[in-house]
Design a protein. Structure first.
Length: 108
């Protein structure tokens, strides 16, 4: 298991992000994720993220782009309402979908 800042990339199975995902942390989280395989389950959990800014939206888009480039699916579960609102503000809300549990998800 690799844990850096507020991100856990466990054996490539599932990624979990917690705490703040802002301009102060997103670059470090992105850099740490580059060393990890995309999660084999295709799941990135965001339910423990409590503070976001536009850097969080950029990070999700970068991960979606990476998944598409690698021909893999990627879903973000537990998207905080503030992050969903930012995605809507930037006109990328169509990237948000609802998974079977009723949580907000972004799928590649």
């Amino acid at each position: 298991m690799t844990e850096r800042d507020n991100a856990t990339f466990s054996g490539g199975e599932r990624w979990s992000i917690e705490g703040a995902l802002t301009i102060d942390s997103a670059a470090r989280v992105f850099a740490a994720s580059r060393d990890a395989s995309l999660p084999s389950s295709g799941t990135v959990a965001l339910d423990r993220v409590h503070i976001v800014d536009s850097a969080a939206v950029a990070l999700l888009l970068a991960w979606k782009r990476r998944a598409a480039d690698e021909g893999k699916k990627l879903a973000f579960i537990g998207i905080p309402p503030s992050l969903a609102a930012l995605a809507a503000l930037y006109g990328v809300e169509e990237l948000l979908a609802t998974d079977g549990a009723g949580q907000r998800a972004v799928a590649a």
